[in-house]
Design a protein around this ligand. Structure first.
Ligand SMILES: [Zn+2]
Length: 377
């Protein structure tokens, strides 16, 4: 296994910019880093916190890595470094608090490195079907923590990861704190996007948009982690500058999904109801998470066909085997049916998420596909 990478790979410009803010003492008291977690927002936040806490930070453009404070950071155990992230209410408890899952969190960061995303964290928290969120109790916890004096007399850093999963009441409670923050307190909010955040929260933060990691840097990293050349190439093409996605793509073998998708489309085109029922059984047996993954994969392929169809071949993100199929399949997907196809697939995904019987969802969807594939251009 390659060594766990803690720095924000490919985000050198932002890393330097934040380091300069520390040196100049010009940090905003609340920052909002936006972009998919796999782009490295948490890595940036951790480096920034480490720099602020480092004993020799004043003399250096980066944390020393050897002082007691840096060593506490190595274990994510610095007493003035606080984490909040989405969690679900554990069975038998009446509050959903990150402090209950702090060990899982630390282990995730230390074992996976800071580029993991909600899906990785979910897997580790074994949430089942529960949706994680940032509860209002969490806001009360933050308030309590930050009103205490910093242990080391320096900065208190509160990282809020997955800030877009904050409930409205949580956000409202945090607002006051963002308006009048305790002295020497730094909030670092990390969010996939700003859409789900209250405007009042956004307006009180300095926003930094984290760009996708370059293909070259992702490819380099995957290679260091032992990936194979062809798999790396495919993952890089599909991951959109997101290291968490890239890693998942390289681990996931979508060969089965691909085979099933081809058979399904052929069956729908032939309007073979009996065969469609068989595939619906196969779909049903996948279980909910894999059903969702299959629908997401189908949506991805359909979208890629239409991109190819509109002549933007350079925007097509497909593996080589998929590309060969897409070229033959693309003519059957056009502006006369693609919109309905996408919304039907999305609706099916919502139904699966909402616990509708898999077989029923898939049969309905197949009937629609039979009609849509024959719709005139
Ligand atoms: Zn240090």
């Amino acid at each position: 296994m390659a060594e766990v990478l803690m720095e924000a790979i490919g985000q050198e410009a932002l890393t330097e910019r934040l380091a300069r803010h520390v040196e100049e003492g010009s940090l905003a008291h609340a920052m909002l880093l936006t972009g998919a977690p796999g782009r490295g927002g948490l890595a940036l936040a951790l480096t920034l916190a480490r720099h602020l806490h480092c004993a020799s930070s004043a003399a250096s453009s980066k944390p020393c890595g050897t002082c007691p404070s840096c060593m506490q950071h190595d274990q994510l155990q610095h007493p003035d470094l606080h984490f909040t992230f989405p969690v679900a209410k554990p069975a038998g408890k009446d509050k959903a608090l990150s402090s209950d899952q702090l060990d899982v969190w630390r282990q995730a960061v230390l074992e996976l490195g800071p580029h993991f995303d909600m899906q990785d964290l979910r897997d580790r928290m074994s949430l089942g079907n529960k949706q994680p969120f940032i509860s209002v109790h969490e806001a009360a916890d933050i308030l309590r923590r930050l009103s205490l004096t910093a242990h080391a007399g320096g900065w208190k850093v509160q990282i809020i990861w997955g800030a877009h999963m904050m409930r409205v009441d949580t956000a409202n409670k945090l607002l006051k704190l963002l308006e009048e923050p305790p002295k020497k307190t730094l909030f670092i909010l990390l969010a996939d996007n700003t859409e789900a955040l209250l405007g009042t929260i956004i307006s009180r933060t300095q926003i930094l948009t984290i760009p996708p990691i370059s293909a070259g840097r992702i490819s380099e990293r995957l290679k260091a982690e032992g990936g194979e050349a062809e798999a790396i190439q495919d993952a890089v093409a599909l991951c959109e500058g997101d290291l968490a996605q890239a890693r998942r793509l390289i681990q996931r073998d979508s060969a089965e999904e691909f085979t099933m998708f081809i058979e399904w489309m052929r069956t729908c085109f032939a309007r073979d109801g009996r065969k469609a029922a068989g595939i619906a059984d196969q779909f049903h047996d996948l279980g909910r998470e894999s059903q969702k993954a299959f629908l997401a994969y189908s949506l991805h392929l359909v979208r890629q066909c239409i991109v190819g169809n509109y002549g933007a071949a350079s925007a097509v993100r497909l593996r080589s085997a998929e590309r060969a199929f897409a070229e033959k399949f693309a003519p059957f997907i056009h502006h006369g049916n693609v919109h309905d196809m996408q919304s039907d697939l999305e609706r099916a995904a919502r139904e699966v998420a909402g616990n509708v019987y898999g077989r029923t969802v898939f049969l309905d969807l197949s009937m629609r596909m039979m009609e849509l594939l024959h719709r005139p251009q």
